[in-house]
Design a protein around this ligand. Sequence first.
Ligand code: GMT
Length: 379
Amino acid sequence: MRIGIVCYPTHGGSGVVATELGKELAERGHVVHFISYQLPFRLDRFQPNVFYHEVDMLGYPLFKYPPYTLALVNKIAELVEREKLDIIHAHYAIPHSFCAHMAQEVLGDCRTRVVTTLHGTDITLVGNDASFNRITKYSIERSDGITAVSRSLTEETCRTFGIVKPVRTIYNFINTKHYRRQLGARERVGYLPQECRVLVHVSNFRPVKRVPDVVEVFARVRREMPAKLLLVGDGVQRMEAQAAVDRLNLQEDVSFLGTQDNILPILSAADLFLLPSEKESFGLGALEAMACSVPVIASDTGGIPEVVKHGETGFLAPVGDIEAMSAHALQVLSDTSRLQTMGEAARLRAEDHFSSESIVPQYERFYDEVLEGRCNESD
Ligand code: GMT
């Protein structure tokens, strides 16, 4: 198949999933064309069957807001024609799915099919905002095939936008062969004494991630045992998180590592992953941690319970319940054998339910159904 993937290139989960999917599809013999405004950061080495097309942007004094989306439509249309794409797979409804439909419109008689994968905030925060809800609904309804990354997001999409077409749940995935705990990671990080427990949080530090809660949970753990917190990522909540660290006098034990391209060595040094988000359609960071045998403490929201099994691969607590999250963290961190059992269960769950071997073929089958016009039959 010839597949065009439209995605964000940056460190958000949707860009990671889109890029990893494209790489896996290319390995399986499909020809994959990535379209974005910048090289997706996970597209970091040459691979046969993978092409990258940067959206050309004309700067012009009249453009106070340079119309990226129009340039994207133009680029998609050009590639559909030149590369004879079978599928355009748009990751994130706004603007990617909408632009793919506009490209179809521009081309007129177009046999290329549009598949849209909804990732979460495109529905829960951006898409249902009054400024975007009409085009989000339009983009979903016009798609030849729609997928969402968890059952929770599938249900929320149908409920929020009154979608009657089937939305297929295809979970996010991880290549469990490449993504596994590295030995000696803690020594390589350098400043993590053996007797310390290491807690990690990775996100884009948006308010929805509740990064100050991470610091509050860590403070309660730190009162009871030697521990370090590694915060990976950057965004609007960084200042607030830093203020919490200062207020709680945790400067010695909390490290802000900033945005990192490769988090595998960091997760491999971790004992526990914290994800106290307000909303989370899936929680790719949690899955990455689980693949590295790290249990997860997270909020019981959105798609997280589909990923993290309470009491088995981590613990869940209501959003904002810092006391419950801290109690769970202390419970598992103070029992080495429980920590190890949970870590092993987490790894097993990542392998059994979310490996690329089991999920990528679901996308291939879905593409086939879309091309044959069967994907809108009820599951
Ligand atoms: O807000 C983010 O975490 C980034 C966002 C994105 O689209 O890049 O993440 C969403 O998509 C990820 C990949 O499917 C999911 O794992 C995240 O749970 C989801 N974020 C939210 O729902 C808040």
